[in-house]
Ligand binder design. Structure first.
Ligand code: SF4
Ligand code: SF4
Length: 135
């Protein structure tokens, strides 16, 4: 007999919040790995995009919330465009970032000194970093 996951049991408040903000159903993910295989910054992540989805399915949203991955994500939308189930994975990442920022009173002040080679970066890269860190 196949083992089925009881969605309502693991869909705790945090997972519900992620789904609400992202407007995505994390249980649609069937772990094909397409999102992760196309992610250009996966080497810098501590949890891959498909693992983010799996952890959410298991109710382990705190692990996602505290991961480096949500900040490394460049919102390039590659994962979202590759998902055969039509899940907007980038929106899930964004939702977790938003929850994290709200938990810290909404603001993480990006420090100019922490950005390497700031004079070499294109302005759009800086805008992207500041937007991500301030919600
Ligand atoms: S949106 Fe984020 S997680 Fe998705 S492929 Fe781009 S960098 Fe990776
Ligand atoms: S591509 Fe979609 S279905 Fe496949 S692992 Fe990623 S989120 Fe899940």
């Amino acid at each position: 007999m196949p083992i089925s996951l009881n969605r309502n049991k693991v869909r705790n408040e945090l997972v519900k919040r992620i789904e609400e903000i992202s407007a995505q159903d994390v249980f649609q993910c069937y772990q094909c790995g397409n999102c992760s295989s196309g992610c250009p910054v996966i080497d810098y992540m501590d949890i891959s995009p498909n693992q983010v989805m799996r952890l959410a399915q298991l109710g382990e949203a705190e692990m996602i919330l505290n991961s480096e991955t949500i900040w490394i994500c460049a919102t390039c939308l590659q994962c979202s465009s590759r998902c055969p189930k039509g899940i907007d994975v980038a929106k899930v990442m964004e939702a977790v970032r938003s929850i994290n920022l709200r938990n810290r009173d909404g603001i993480v002040k990006p420090d100019r000194e922490d950005i390497e080679d700031i004079d070499e970066l294109p302005p759009i890269a800086l805008v992207s970093v500041f937007r991500k860190k301030t919600g």
